[in-house]
Design a protein around this ligand. Structure first.
Ligand SMILES: Nc1ncnc2c1ncn2[C@@H]1O[C@H](COP(=O)(O)OP(=O)(O)O)[C@@H](O)[C@H]1O
Ligand SMILES: [Mg+2]
Length: 203
């Protein structure tokens, strides 16, 4: 039966609701040269979304943003339960997109716990896809300053004090598999170059 995946699910039907909600596939990407899952970790204000956009263009990647999903699905809620529910959707979207052959960038969450990072790593490993964790390391006071100055649409809890609150619970990913430590004080263009250079197979 045309359009039916090997596991019996209809791939087109499964992807389209996500695509219309989040804009996946809007870049008309050519096939990725190297399929991988790239997760961005760092404080609010560290520059994750800016880097995600750069990687999207440079790698023809799809960006899956927890905050975008949270604001679309749970606009009234910004508590932990809503963030966790949105993270579950992130995992579903990432899984679908990796199966279509896309390189995927996970954005929109600080990934402050080893547990969340491990879940993404396991998801990639289960599909045989390389996993890279880009840690955008920035002092909380600089992150707070950036939040105070930024102008884009943001969840209501995105206030300068959030950078300090997340810093208090951020578990540094030192020694974790696939982790690349980036100095997020670099200007955006330099940070993008450093990130791309650090990806497997791109030296
Ligand atoms: N490398 C950078 N250097 C200086 N300012 C940056 C850099 N990257 C992003 N910014 C600015 O800092 C603010 C936060 O960036 P953003 O990408 O939204 O961070 P995050 O997604 O980690 O919260 C924005 O106003 C953005 O324009
Ligand atoms: Mg962001």
């Amino acid at each position: 039966m045309p359009g039916v995946a090997e596991d019996g699910g209809r791939i087109g039907d499964a992807v389209s609701p996500f695509a219309s909600r989040t804009g996946y596939g809007s870049t008309h990407r050519p096939p990725a040269k190297r399929l991988m899952l790239i997760a961005l970790a760092g404080l609010p204000g560290a520059g994750k979304s800016t880097l995600a956009k750069g990687l999207q263009t440079r790698l023809h990647a799809e960006v899956v943003s927890r905050d975008t999903i949270r604001m679309a699905e749970f606009p009234e809620w910004d508590d932990r339960a809503a963030k966790r529910a949105a993270f579950e959707i992130v995992r579903l979207d990432v899984s679908l997109l990796l199966r279509t052959g896309a390189t995927v960038v996970v954005d929109g969450a600080p990934l402050s716990t080893r547990g969340e990072r491990h879940e993404l790593h396991e998801l990639a490993a289960g599909l045989g896809v390389p996993f890279v964790l880009l840690w955008l390391d920035l002092p909380p006071e600089v992150a707070a300053q950036r939040i105070a100055q930024d102008r884009h649409e943001a969840p209501p809890d995105r206030q300068p004090c959030l950078a300090h609150a997340v810093a208090g619970r951020f578990e540094p990913p030192v020694g974790e598999d696939g982790m690349v430590h980036l100095d997020a004080r670099l200007p955006a263009a330099g940070l993008l170059d450093a990130a791309v250079r650090a990806l497997p197979g791109r030296r």
